[in-house]
Design a protein around this ligand. Structure first.
Ligand code: GLU
Length: 305
């Protein structure tokens, strides 16, 4: 496995030159475009690495999976899905159009920004500090990493420039999609996106989902089998932005990407995979990361279809 991962990372390296690092959050533009790494965590607890697997990056949209797991755990699926839908949009992740024109009842799904802001608004806690602590401690649990914290520079960078998310959130407040103080909800959302992780952390999240909600390293159940199934299904249909269909056809693994360059993937009953490569394609997915997952899926026959 180790040699396979090493050769796949090497084969995928050249593609990083074809993409760009995200710059709409200014701090993200400092990432090293050539970095590429992978970690695989199997359900018997073995971990395999290659490339720049130790590099830290911000979780960004992969946090939408974590907040969805936690929101369902705390509120139940009925409450959560009364406020956010389950349908892919085909639009970009920060589109505002669908909120007014296509589906004014609720945001389409929890993987687009509007839907994720709703999910975050459902996390319990008496203050925004308590809510982010709640998300952080759940993330530390499902990664088995107590060190996970927030990258303050990336958080502040998005807080200062995140006007599109602000527009989405105020629009949803005016429609009654979200309750509570908009700036406080956004603060929690910006912080959850700025959690700093590495390939191993996201591979472990993938492994927990692959293991139907049970931590493979301790046997403790953190979410129900049903929640785990719901989350993986939404990852298949909506996890890779408006390239989710293509990703399902070519790679066929439930996955969620983030503009920080990470992709978290979960192969049911087999493994969790974390890849990192901040050079992104035009849809916002790690260009080298997708190549890695494609080759790995072909080599190990990982497609669920
Ligand atoms: N924090 C980012 C945003 O809301 C996350 C986007 C992403 O990773 O897709 O714009």
């Amino acid at each position: 496995m180790k040699n396979l991962l090493k050769s796949i990372v090497e084969n995928s390296k050249e593609y990083t030159k074809e993409g760009k690092v995200a710059s709409y959050i200014p701090e993200l533009s400092k990432a090293n475009r050539d970095a590429l790494g992978i970690c695989v965590v199997t359900l018997d607890g073995k971990e395999y690495f290659a490339g720049d697997f130790e590099e830290k990056f911000t979780v960004q949209s992969i946090s939408k999976v974590v907040s969805l797991m936690l929101a369902i755990l705390e509120n139940g699926k009925k409450n959560v899905f009364s406020k956010v839908g389950m349908e892919p949009t085909g639009d970009s992740f920060n589109s505002i159009m669908s909120l007014e024109v296509k589906n004014p009842q609720k945001p389409f799904n929890p993987m687009i920004n509007a839907g994720a802001i709703v999910t975050t608004s459902l996390i319990t806690g008496d203050s925004s500090e308590e809510k982010i602590e709640n998300i952080l401690s759940f993330t530390r649990k499902i990664t088995d990493n107590k060190e996970i914290g927030i990258n303050e520079e990336v958080y502040m960078s998005e807080k200062l420039t995140g006007n599109r998310n602000r527009a989405l959130a105020y629009f949803m407040k005016s429609n009654g999609h979200i309750d509570g103080d908009v700036e406080e909800i956004l603060d929690v959302y910006f912080k959850q996106c700025a959690m700093e992780i590495n390939c191993r952390d996201i591979a472990r999240i993938g492994a927990v989902l692959a293991n139907d909600g049970v931590l493979p390293w301790s046997g403790e159940r953190v979410i129900s089998r049903e929640t785990s199934r719901i989350v993986k299904t939404i990852m298949v249909t909506c996890g890779m932005y408006d390239a989710s269909g293509e990703f399902a056809v070519h790679i066929g693994i439930p996955a969620k990407s983030g503009v920080g360059g990470g992709i978290m993937a979960s192969v049911p009953r087999r493994m969790g995979i974390g890849v990192y490569g901040p050079s992104l394609d035009s849809k916002g997915n790690s260009i080298g990361g997708i190549k890695i997952l494609q080759e790995l899926s072909e080599e190990l026959d990982l497609s669920i279809f």
